[in-house]
Design a protein around this ligand. Structure first.
Ligand SMILES: [Zn+2]
Length: 168
């Protein structure tokens, strides 16, 4: 995917090519979908009939991309969707401006931490969105900024990303 923090979701049958999107869905067995991240949340959705890879950072969370992807999967007939959130930035490492903090927590209260630190908890925010539509979530709980084994935009250093990959 050529990701741009949009809420564009594309369903692909063969997975071949480049997609201007932040979520991909496939119902084809053996087709691998990838989301690339370096602090944002790689959210992988699975069910018995379709899978999806979703790029969900602060803007994606605000755009409700995970909710929209689940709704699209449900429209395709999926009834047993579960989610896994891969390595991503933790709440302790994601301080933002006070203004941005207030704006986001007003929209997604679960992403709040403390007014003193104004750091956003993206994992809790995205979890609350998924749980609001009946999707259970598990987390890898590795912080990309703190881990020496992962790329992190905030930490800096080598500018590369990890991939979250899923197939049916
Ligand atoms: Zn951290």
């Amino acid at each position: 995917m050529n990701q741009s923090h949009s809420d564009v979701i594309i369903k692909t049958d063969d997975g071949i090519g480049e997609y201007e999107a932040d979520a991909l869905i496939t119902m084809t067995k053996g087709v691998g979908l990838a989301v690339m991240v370096a602090d944002c949340l790689p959210v992988l959705l699975s069910s018995s009939t379709a899978v999806a890879a979703v790029h969900a950072g602060r803007i994606g969370m605000s755009n409700q991309i995970v909710i929209k992807t689940v709704q699209k999967m449900m429209a395709l007939g999926c009834r047993d969707i579960v989610a896994v959130v891969g390595p991503s930035i933790c709440a302790d490492c994601y301080e933002v401006s006070e203004e941005m903090y207030s704006e986001i927590i007003a929209q997604i209260p679960a992403s709040a931490t403390t007014p003193q630190r104004h750091a956003l908890d993206l994992r809790s925010g995205v979890s609350s969105q998924l749980e609001s539509i009946g999707v259970s979530v598990s987390h890898v709980r590795v912080c990309t900024r703190e881990s020496g084994n992962h790329f992190s935009f905030r930490r800096g250093g080598e500018m590369a990303r990890q991939a979250g990959v899923i197939s049916l």
